[in-house]
Write a protein that binds this ligand. Structure first.
Ligand SMILES: [Zn+2]
Length: 433
C-alpha cells in the first residue's frame, strides 16, 4: 500500500510490483503481517471505560447503581482528562480508528475528550450527554443550558481537522429527556449537519417506562420521529425489541441501528434478530457499548455478533421443531406462528459479514464510506497492522482461504494481535514503541 503526503491511499496491491514502483520512496516491508481497514466502533461511553463488568443487574438499576456515580465523577475536569488519555489509548491499542463516543453531561469533560482525540490523531464523533429529567441531581441539566452547551461544543469541534473530529448531539434516551430538549436536538443537528445519537428499545422495563411517559406516541421509535430526531445521521443503539412499524420508520428515515451484542447479553436485554434486520434492509453497524460491553475490542464484538446470531438461530430451530410437533395447533396455524415469529428464517451471520459490519458497515452508517471503511485508492489511510500468527495455534499454515484467518482473528483476538494503528497514514499506535 502506498500512502501519499495527505494520508490518502495512493495505490494498493501485492508487495512486489509496489516495491519496484516505489524504489525511490521510503518503504516498509511488513510481511507476513496483514494490513486491514481500521475498526469503526459506533457506540461507546468514555466515562464507563473504568466501570466495566459490574454484573448482576438489568439496564435501569445498573445505570443507577454503577454508571451514574461513575459519570458524576467527570464533574472534575482533571478526572475527565486522565480518563480520556486511558480511553483513547485503549481504542488505538485494539485497532479502532473511528469511534462514536458518549461523554457525560459535563461540557468541560466533553471538551477534554475532543482535545485528547485531536492530540492522539484518532477519528471520532463525540457528544456531550443530555439529560434534563429522571436523572440523579448531580447529573440533571437545565434544558436551555444543555442545548446551549451542546451547540457551543458543536460549533467548536464539528468538522475540526478536515472532518476528522465530528459532533453528535447526544440525548441519552427518551426517559431522561424532555420533549423540549429532544425537539431542540432535532433542530440543532439539522442546523449544523451534525449527528444524533441515542439509545432505543434495549430493555423491556425501559419500553414500559417510555410507553408511560409518552402515551401519545405510537411506539418508542415514534417518540424520536415526533421530536425530529430520526434521519440519515442518527445512530440508535440496540434496537432489539422493535415492531414492524418501527422498523419501517427507521428504514425510511435512513437512521442506523447500532448492534451491541455483548452489552445486550451482559444486561440480559435480549438477542437482536440480526439476520432478520439485515434482510429487511435496515442500516446496521456494531458498537462495543463499553461499560455494559466488557472491552474496547471490536474484534471480540464482531465475533460475539456471530455467536449471538448462532444462539438465536439454534434456539429458533428448537422452537420451530417443538411447534411442528404441537398437535393442538392445526397445520395452517403452525405455519402462521412460524412466520410471525420468524422461527425458521435465515442463517446465522458469519465472521466475514461481521467484519464488514465492523468496518465498511460502520463507515456507511456515518456517511463516510467514500473516505474510510475499506482499503481502496483515494480513501484516507485508516488501517491496522495485525499479526495472524499470534492467534494461530498451528506453527505454519500455508495457502488457506483468507476468511479462515479472519475468523481466527475475530474469535481469538487478544492484546498484541494489533501491531500498529494508522489514521490518515499517521501511526497513532505501535506495539513496539
Ligand atoms: Zn450505550
Amino acid at each position: 500500500m502506498q500512502v501519499d503526503a495527505k494520508g490518502r491511499i495512493g495505490w494498493i496491491g501485492p508487495y512486489e510490483p509496489l516495491a519496484s514502483r516505489c524504489a525511490d520512496e521510503p518503504l516498509e516491508d511488513l510481511r507476513p503481517l496483514w494490513i486491514l481497514p481500521g475498526m469503526v466502533d459506533l457506540h461507546v461511553h468514555l466515562p464507563q471505560h473504568e466501570a466495566v463488568a459490574m454484573d448482576g443487574l438489568e439496564l435501569l438499576p445498573w445505570l443507577e447503581t454503577f454508571i451514574f456515580p461513575a459519570e458524576a465523577r467527570f464533574a472534575d475536569a482533571d478526572v475527565a482528562r486522565r480518563a480520556a488519555v486511558r480511553f483513547f489509548r485503549g481504542l488505538l491499542y485494539r485497532g479502532t480508528t473511528t469511534a462514536v463516543i458518549y461523554t457525560t453531561v459535563h461540557e468541560a469533560a466533553t471538551d477534554a475528550a475532543f482535545r485528547e482525540a485531536e492530540r492522539v490523531g484518532i477519528r471520532a464523533v463525540i457528544g456531550k450527554v443530555m439529560m434534563d429529567r429522571h436523572a440523579p441531581t448531580s447529573l440533571q441539566e437545565d434544558t436551555v443550558a444543555s442545548l446551549a452547551q451542546s451547540e457551543a461544543l458543536c460549533q467548536t469541534w464539528h468538522g475540526r481537522d478536515h472532518g476528522r473530529l465530528l459532533y453528535a448531539f447526544t440525548p441519552r434516551f427518551a426517559p431522561t429527556c424532555s420533549a423540549e430538549l429532544m425537539r431542540g436536538v432535532g433542530v440543532l443537528a439539522e442546523k449544523y449537519g451534525a449527528y444524533v445519537q441515542t439509545h432505543l428499545s434495549e430493555n423491556l422495563q425501559e419500553l414500559d417506562w417510555v410507553k408511560a411517559l409518552f402515551p401519545e406516541a405510537g411506539s418508542y421509535t415514534d417518540v424520536y420521529r415526533r421530536m425530529g430526531m430520526l434521519g440519515p445521521r442518527t445512530l440508535l443503539a440496540h434496537g432489539i425489541h422493535l415492531d414492524p412499524h418501527e422498523r419501517t420508520l427507521i428504514r425510511e428515515s435512513g437512521a442506523t441501528i447500532v448492534h451491541c451484542p455483548r452489552s445486550n447479553a451482559f444486561l440480559k436485554s435480549g438477542i437482536m434478530p440480526l439476520r432478520r434486520w439485515l434482510e429487511e434492509g435496515l442500516c446496521l453497524g456494531l458498537g462495543t457499548d463499553v461499560g455494559a460491553g466488557p472491552s474496547l475490542s471490536m474484534w471480540a464484538e464482531a465475533a460475539f455478533a456471530c455467536t449471538a446470531s448462532k444462539l438465536r438461530w439454534s434456539e429458533n430451530q428448537h422452537l420451530a421443531d417443538r411447534l411442528q410437533r404441537m398437535e393442538l395447533l392445526g397445520e395452517a396455524q403452525r405455519a402462521e406462528v412460524l412466520r410471525a415469529l420468524a422461527l425458521s428464517a435465515g442463517v446465522p451471520v458469519d465472521p466475514v459479514h461481521a467484519f464488514h459490519l465492523a468496518t465498511l458497515g460502520g463507515a456507511r452508517a456515518l456517511g463516510l464510506e467514500d473516505r474510510i471503511g475499506s482499503l481502496a485508492t483515494g480513501k484516507e489511510a485508516d488501517f491496522v497492522v495485525v499479526d495472524p500468527r499470534s492467534v494461530d495455534p498451528a506453527e505454519s499454515r500455508g495457502g488457506e482461504p483468507p476468511e479462515r484467518t479472519l475468523s481466527r482473528m475475530l474469535y481469538r483476538e487478544h492484546p498484541g494481535m494489533v501491531r500498529a494503528t494508522y489514521i490518515r497514514g499517521r501511526r497513532c499506535f505501535a506495539a513496539d514503541s
